[in-house]
Design a protein around this ligand. Structure first.
Ligand code: ASP
Length: 176
């Protein structure tokens, strides 16, 4: 989506199983595209992830959200799991969203429970989330997947050797 002046500017980051990571932000003059968070578990049991976005629709020119920030838009810990986020980046940054989801999995939550708890933390920290969608997606070392969003409408796809499927995530509330 373009910013309010009609420019498309992109942010992205990647992180691997050795916690090597990198990010770019405010890239200009490239193909437009939507937010994609990707988490992968390979046959050796190694986790990695990527997050790439054109940012919030009609953002201020030059705004950079959570997507290129390690720990906010994406986090990977090979001993635990990986998580990524989409939605209003400012809210994700405020709770170090993806890092928190991974920490919650380290402390025993399933990916689905961890995503739900992170969304509930965001809801608790804002007087109103009426115009604010946030969704988290998580994957653990066992290959279990979970997702949760504030509002209905966040979905993800999984793919493995047995096939692939689109899944609607659980959510806290419906719009309206
Ligand atoms: N999280 C992105 C940002 O705030 C936007 C999105 O996920 O659509 O830049």
């Amino acid at each position: 989506m373009p910013d309010r002046e009609g420019n498309v500017t992109l942010d992205a980051c990647i992180m691997d199983h050795q916690q090597r990571c990198g990010a770019v932000s405010f890239l200009q003059n490239i193909e437009n595209h939507d937010t994609i968070g990707m988490l992968a578990l390979d046959k050796y049991g190694n986790l990695s992830g990527a997050c790439t976005t054109s940012g919030l629709a009609y953002k201020y020119f030059g705004r950079v959200g959570d997507s290129p920030i390690i720990g906010a838009g994406l986090f990977v810990d090979n001993e635990v799991g990986a998580a990524c986020a989409t939605g209003v980046g400012e809210a994700v940054i405020r709770i170090a969203g993806s890092a928190i989801v991974v920490e919650m999995m380290r402390n025993g939550k399933s990916p689905a429970e961890a995503c739900k708890a992170a969304v509930e933390r965001i809801i608790a920290k804002h007087p109103s989330v009426d115009n604010m969608q946030v969704g988290f997606l998580a994957l653990n070392t066992k290959g279990e997947i979970g997702a949760y969003s504030i509002f209905e409408g966040f979905s993800y796809a999984w793919s493995n050797k047995d096939g692939q499927q689109m899944v609607k995530s659980s959510f806290n509330r419906k719009r309206g």
